[in-house]
Design a protein around this ligand. Structure first.
Ligand SMILES: Nc1ncnc2c1ncn2[C@@H]1O[C@H](COP(=O)(O)OP(=O)(O)OP(=O)(O)O)[C@@H](O)[C@H]1O
Length: 261
């Protein structure tokens, strides 16, 4: 990359030697969680010494993300990808190390907090408000969100409760709501894997647009193709450690060689 371009880059996320540790209650003494839960109810087993196991999910990860970058996160199951994203979004505290972000990162995961008993329509409004959009902005973008999601392609589903949607339909709606706004830092966790192929193509296009419109995009995916199609840089995590950080092609090639995929 040309020197002037490097100098002109604006950092959006800086992770500095980040460690994240989960504490899991009720696993002490090998007696099973019911016993441990009972101990806690009667006031025994408090503190870390008893019944609390630590899971060190992210171990000393450092990187800087710049405006306009789309960064893929890859790694085998349980390597710490989702944990790292949740920490960048400010949803998990770091054990040590620091995360600096420019603006509020938005995490678009398959678990984004929408209400299953409310209709898709109400959830579009709720999700928009949760992202800080005004009612006016939501009104303006409502039809665009519904059209992008494709929810109404086979009938009037947007007026039905979300619990009646298939998992793919629900994921599409979540993606469409989040993608309606321009984000400083947008993080997508596996969302693309749940839509059908047509929706995947649409959302990949939207990710490319979001990238151009300003912020950085992080994408966690097990689909190397999605990563290749959307990202220009890849972080490869394994056992919580950053194994490789580089251009997509280079990192995916090394990953495929290692995993045989
Ligand atoms: N809420 C939790 N409590 C305790 N441990 C957790 C929790 N969530 C994740 N972990 C552990 O942290 C480690 C990293 O998990 P994480 O979900 O970040 O991995 P991942 O790379 O996103 O995995 P996958 O590809 O399977 O989605 C795993 O060992 C997992 O068991």
């Amino acid at each position: 990359m040309a020197e002037d371009k490097v100098q002109g880059r604006v950092p959006t996320v800086i992770a500095d030697d980040v460690h994240i540790v989960y504490r899991v209650n009720g696993v002490g003494g090998g007696k099973g969680s019911a016993t441990a839960a009972l101990s806690r109810m009667i006031g025994r087993g408090k503190g870390e010494a008893r019944g609390v196991r630590k899971v060190h999910a992210v171990r000393g990860v450092s990187f800087t993300a710049y405006r306009g970058e789309a960064i893929g996160l890859i790694g085998t199951n349980g390597s710490g990808k989702s944990t790292l994203l949740r920490a960048i979004a400010g949803l998990l505290p770091t054990e040590s190390g620091k995360v600096y972000t420019d603006g509020q990162p938005s995490l678009l995961g398959v678990n984004a907090a929408l209400m299953n008993d409310l209709t898709g329509e109400r959830n579009v409004i709720l999700g928009g408000l949760a992202m800080g959009m005004s009612r006016e902005e939501i009104r303006e973008r409502y039809q665009g969100i519904v059209d992008f999601s494709g929810i109404n392609e086979k009938g009037d589903f947007i007026t039905l409760p979300m619990r009646t949607y298939s998992s793919g339909m629900a994921a599409r709606l979540r993606f469409s709501i989040a993608a309606a706004k321009n984000h400083d830092v947008l993080m997508i966790d596996e969302a693309l894997a749940t839509g059908d192929r047509r929706f995947q193509i649409r959302s990949e296009e939207r990710i490319r647009e979001l990238r151009k419109e300003a912020g950085s995009v992080f994408l966690v995916s097990h689909s190397n193709k999605s990563i290749r199609d959307t990202c220009d840089r890849v972080l490869w995590l394994e056992k919580g450690e950053l194994l490789m950080d580089g251009p997509t092609d280079e990192v995916i090639k090394a990953y495929e060689k290692e995993t045989g995929r």
